[in-house]
Design a protein around this ligand. Structure first.
Ligand code: PGA
Length: 247
């Protein structure tokens, strides 16, 4: 199954996301029926229930864009993994570079979030990626290891679980620039190597994210070991997103 994860970020408001889904309702339903392709919609927390209700009878999955590292308690403004599960979320993005940078999310927070999600049977979509200064396979590996290790160590004793890892080089997000496939393939090999060493029981799906669009998607889809794509900007235009899925 090839995954298409829509990260709508905070582009739509409560009203406009509803309109967008209604206007493109038949289009989304069409995409939900394609064989071996799974669409995962990740809107803001405020509309998770509404979106899940709109597409209730169809094979579209709902994901959140973040969750709390804590189970429950005095954490004002946070949303718990258990609430996400009750709102029909089956996936949740964690460790997105925007959250790491602007909200100072640490690797320790992210590993707790992964655990909370897995305890609630939600598949974490762990985002990792190096900044421009750390571009280059060997340097990037060190950077990525620091992001992967705390999460792998935290979940390694959970038995057979599923984890999506989205490799999103920070310099490729929203910039229109993408790495060469060979570069991504080397990074994927490394992620597999580290995961096999630390948590061999985890079933990993490897995703790529960062400036995927209708023009480069064919090239991106030929990346070895690729299990799906995480799409930001191009998901704001349904026609573009549809092309990405169909191509
Ligand atoms: P982009 O965003 O597709 O706009 O580069 C990807 C992401 O932030 O996950």
């Amino acid at each position: 199954m090839f995954l298409y994860i829509i990260n709508w970020k905070m582009y739509f408001s409560f009203r406009t996301i509803g309109q967008f889904c209604q206007e493109n309702y038949h289009g989304f339903i069409g995409l939900s029926k394609l064989e071996n392709k799974k669409i995962i919609l990740c809107p803001s927390h405020t509309v998770l229930i509404a979106i899940s209700a709109i597409f209730e009878d169809f094979e579209l999955e709902i994901g959140a864009q973040n969750c709390s590292a804590y189970m429950s308690g005095p954490y004002t403004g946070q949303v718990s993994a258990i609430s996400l599960a009750q709102m029909d979320c089956t996936y949740c993005i964690i460790g997105h570079s925007e959250v790491r940078e602007y909200f100072l999310e640490s690797d320790q927070d992210i590993s707790e979030k992964a655990l909370r999600l897995l305890e609630n049977k939600i598949v974490p979509i762990l985002c990792i990626g190096e900044n421009k200064e750390n571009y280059g396979v060997e340097t990037a590996k060190k950077f990525l290891f620091a992001q992967l290790e705390p999460v792998f160590k935290k979940i390694k004793d959970l038995g057979r679980i599923r984890l999506c890892i989205a490799y999103e080089p920070i310099w490729a997000i929203g910039t229109g620039v993408t790495p060469k496939n060979e570069y991504i393939e080397k990074i994927f090999e490394y992620i597999i190597e580290v995961s096999e060493k630390i948590c061999p029981n985890t079933e990993i799906t490897l995703l790529y994210g960062g400036s995927v669009n209708e023009n480069n998607v064919k090239k991106m889809k030929s990346i070895r070991d690729l299990g799906g794509l995480l799409i930001g900007g191009a998901s704001l235009d349904f026609k573009k997103f549809e092309k990405i899925v169909q191509l």
